[in-house]
Design a protein around this ligand. Structure first.
Ligand SMILES: [Zn+2]
Length: 265
């Protein structure tokens, strides 16, 4: 643990140097808020056939910024592409789904029901993406362009309050196809960390780009009916506190209790 703490101190020190070279910087921004960057303490658990599972260890204050987002090229390119297409709106404008039979019609009726709860603000909230969630998005975007090859990641964020602040432990998994395979969920890792006394703060995954005719559209910042099912199971079995869904610009957040209002499958 000592070497871990040492590397964190180094990050803060670098941040202070950057501040001193920029006297015009807003003096109210603390040193630790001078950058939104990938944590240095990362470990790979699995890296095989396009599937990765890794853990990040960091302090909450490293990523607890209001406005700062990562300076990661793949993330910036993704955002620029969506901005070029006029797609950056809280409620995405996308082509309607193709419905081929009664079962699909039923499913989309339930998805519409959930989306209404999301976009009327009846359940949870939609906010600009945070630094940490943008770093998670950037991790997968750096592997695969999220315009050319949309792929979902899944991350579990655990927290533990200490005498000197809050530690975060992230379990991040993703594959090379649209949906992460089961081995990228990392739930056995989550279980071992929970057993050490951490709490399961939130689980987050991304909803990939949609189409709006010839243009790109953002993914829905809200849970699908199957997301609701998974999140409820994580809440019941592992004490998940919040479920989040991001599209790289906006993130939806709902508490485990609020998930009860949604339809699930
Ligand atoms: Zn989803």
């Amino acid at each position: 643990m000592k070497s871990m703490a040492g590397s964190w101190v180094m990050v803060v020190a670098l941040g202070s140097l950057a501040c001193e070279r920029n006297p015009e910087r807003d003096a109210t921004i603390s040193d630790s808020a001078s950058a939104c960057s990938m944590p240095t303490r990362r470990a790979t658990i699995l890296d095989q056939d396009g599937v990765i599972l890794e853990t990040w260890s960091l302090r909450l204050e490293e990523v607890d910024h209001d406005r700062l987002l990562p300076d990661v090229p793949a993330f910036l390119e993704y955002r620029a592409a969506l901005e070029r297409d006029g797609a950056v709106v809280v409620r995405p404008v996308a082509d309607p789904p193709v419905i081929r039979n009664e079962a699909e019609a039923d499913m989309w009726r339930d998805e519409d029901f959930n989306n209404k709860l999301v976009f009327t603000g009846a359940v949870g909230s939609i906010d600009p993406i945070t630094c940490l969630d943008a770093l998670l998005f950037s991790r997968q975007a750096s592997r695969f362009s999220q315009v050319e090859r949309p792929t979902e990641f899944l991350a579990s964020v655990l927290r533990r309050d200490t005498g000197t602040g809050t530690d975060l432990f992230v379990v991040f998994g993703a594959g090379s196809e649209m949906f992460p395979p089961r081995e990228a969920y990392g739930l056995d890792v989550v279980d071992s960390v929970l057993a050490e006394g951490w709490s399961y703060w939130y689980a987050i995954h991304n909803h990939t780009v949609q189409r709006n005719g010839d243009l790109l559209a953002l993914g829905v910042p809200g849970p699908s009916t199957s997301d609701v099912g998974l999140s409820r199971a994580l809440a019941e079995e592992r004490g998940l506190q919040f479920a989040k869904v991001t599209n790289g610009f906006y993130s939806f957040t709902a508490s485990a209790e609020e998930l009860g209002a949604f339809r699930a499958r």
